[in-house]
Design a protein around this ligand. Sequence first.
Ligand SMILES: [Zn+2]
Ligand SMILES: [Zn+2]
Length: 257
Amino acid sequence: MKNSKFTSLFLLGAIILISSCKDDSNNTGDPSTEGSTPLSAFDEFNPDAVTISFDSDEITIESNGLPNHTSPYWAETEPLYIDPVVATRLTPGGIGSRSITVTVPSAPEIAASTTATGLGAIGISVTGVPIFNDQEGDNRPIEEMIVETFDYAGAHNGPSGYHYHVESSDVPENTVLSHDDEKLVGILSDGFLIYGRKCNSTGDNPIDLDVSGGHNTSTQHSEGDDFYHYHIINEYYLGSIIALFAVDLQGTPNNIM
Ligand SMILES: [Zn+2]
Ligand SMILES: [Zn+2]
């Protein structure tokens, strides 16, 4: 009995120690305010494609993948079809309805180590289209031949459907998507939001980003509260294109199904 009591006390001490260390290392202060994703950000999501469900400590984002903008990847009979504006060649197939779902914590945390992203969806954009990284296949980064197939939205079609890889083009047809501004781009699989190249906290391209393009400041959605979020990193990836997210996640990824 004495032993088990001692063990309990020891464990309690260890838990307190771990808790206080964790608070210090994250340096985020009160997690109930600064660590939570501002819920008003979800008003930015395309309501025709995306359904958001709030649980006490989780948020589920479900999309049918159909964007609220024009593209040559729509079928020609669809109202949002346009002839290509920037793409010089199209990948086979087109925009079609499907189901993309991810559940993330409402107060995501920085993990002890970063995680590389994989092929397939790494996040869901405000339009409902999945966000992909800078890879087009195993060990095949985006190259000139792939860039040719991107529409002005920075997207093309693949075996799993229509998806974004890069920042949208600054063309008159583009009325929805972020281009070197502070618009919300979407949410990544670790639950952190990703914004355009500029930050509302300064109105400019941030210069205090970590290796993942993240920092802890306010945005237009947080009423002055600081919280961790990513930005599109303001660097050319290939030619004049800018990857949406070609770095590692700072949080713990959740499955996008
Ligand atoms: Zn692709
Ligand atoms: Zn920011």
